[in-house]
Design a protein around this ligand. Structure first.
Ligand SMILES: NC(=O)c1ccc[n+]([C@@H]2O[C@H](COP(=O)([O-])OP(=O)(O)OC[C@H]3O[C@@H](n4cnc5c(N)ncnc54)[C@H](OP(=O)(O)O)[C@@H]3O)[C@@H](O)[C@H]2O)c1
Length: 335
């Protein structure tokens, strides 16, 4: 029986991954800060290991006795900029280092982000060999995590998957699109140009992660080499406005009004939201850092490489996936 460690299983993507690994008959261990948040999974047979990415002794213990480490834990947003680099950069280095100390290190699958690579050039989807140019603190912290695992690539067989925006059951970030469209029938679009975006549904991402861990090539350790790095995305590349209109259709709305908001207003909203986040000590997806990404243009990537090297294929169209997600939000009374 295969044995895997999942970090970040109390989060959106990690939870879906842990469930799918269990369903595939893998013995799953999860590194968690608060075990109470995984009650459902622990009842179905997951082993919980209490730990933190910044506590190296807990990591040394957690990585023992597994064949694969799926490293998803990280911060997608933060009140303090330094926390992003600490958790996504140093925390990831700690995971790689813990693996490297073992006589027979497990393979490591790092979930990075399209943000680590940066926006796409013009409206051409990014490919793995394009030069990286992250524009946000988040993107730079995810790139720091990539560089950290490259340092251990000669000891730890490592593969990186960079997803774009991930949608699906349980997600609270892209949920805000669904909420606004359902309640007000509007889709707020940053700026007056309508750039292209890639998305992926969490179930398709989970299958991409499992395939990449099993069949993907490994990093060579050279920062300018794209071997062992994959984008994973749905086939469809849509403009930001089209994303909103498709969500509207999946929610059963006849019309979704695309509201273009000037970029200065996006920055102002980000600033206001950051101040509010500081007061509440709770980060928000609306922030100056996310405004940097919103102002940077297109965020599209090509999944051609992961398809040809691992056989990855999204199971359904993006429209079916968005409908599945909308149905779940309704069932769970989020909408
Ligand atoms: N969601 C997206 O659209 C998207 C897109 C591209 C890439 N990604 C990447 O995918 C990964 C998972 O994202 P997600 O959306 O599932 O995030 P999420 O829902 O915010 O979950 C983050 C997870 O990381 C854990 N974590 C945070 N800091 C930790 C620490 N110091 N030690 C141990 N665990 C820690 C959290 O644990 P607690 O429950 O204890 O807080 C949680 O389980 C991240 O690396 C993210 O950068 C996400």
């Amino acid at each position: 029986m295969k044995r895997a460690l999942v970090t970040g299983a109390t989060g959106f993507i990690g939870y879906h991954l842990a469930k799918s690994l269990l369903a595939e008959g893998v013995a799953v261990k999860c590194l968690v800060r608060s075990p109470s948040r995984l009650a459902e999974l622990s009842e179905s047979g997951v082993t919980l290991v209490r730990g933190d990415l910044l506590d190296t002794s807990s990591l040394n213990e957690a990585v023992q006795g597994v064949d694969v480490v799926y490293h998803l834990a990280g911060l997608t947003k933060s009140v303090r900029r330094g926390d992003l680099m600490e958790v996504n950069g140093q925390g990831t280095r700690n995971v790689s280092e813990a693996c490297s100390k073992l006589g027979n290190p497990p393979s490591l699958l790092l979930v990075s982000s399209l943000a680590a690579a940066g926006p796409s050039m013009g409206d051409l989807p990014r490919v793995e060999k394009d030069e990286v140019s992250p524009v946000s603190h988040y993107g730079r912290s995810k790139r720091a995590g990539e560089l950290a695992v490259m340092d251990f690539a000669s000891q730890v067989p490592t593969t990186i998957v960079r997803p774009p925006i991930v949608v699906g059951e349980g997600d609270r970030d892209a949920f805000q699109w669904f909420q606004l469209i359902q309640k007000l029938g509007i889709h707020v679009t940053p700026g007056f140009s309508d750039h292209h975006y890639s998305l992926i549904h969490v179930d398709d991402l989970v299958s991409a992660l499992m395939l990449a861990a099993e069949r993907g090539s490994r990093l060579t350790g050279r920062a300018d080499d794209d071997e062992g790095i994959y984008f994973a995305a749905s086939d469809e590349v849509l403009t930001y406005a089209e994303v909103g209109q498709l969500i509207g259709k999946c929610l059963g709305r006849k019309n979704t009004r695309v509201v273009h908001v000037p970029l200065w207003m996006i920055w102002a909203l980000g600033l206001g939201s950051d101040l509010w986040a500081c007061l509440r000590k709770k980060p928000s997806i609306v922030s100056v850092d996310k405004s940097r990404e919103a102002a940077a243009g297109a965020w599209a990537c090509s999944a051609a490489k992961i398809r040809s090297e691992t056989g990855f294929q999204p199971a359904m169209s993006l429209e079916s996936r968005l409908r599945q997600t909308a149905d779940w939000y309704r069932q769970e009374k989020w909408l």
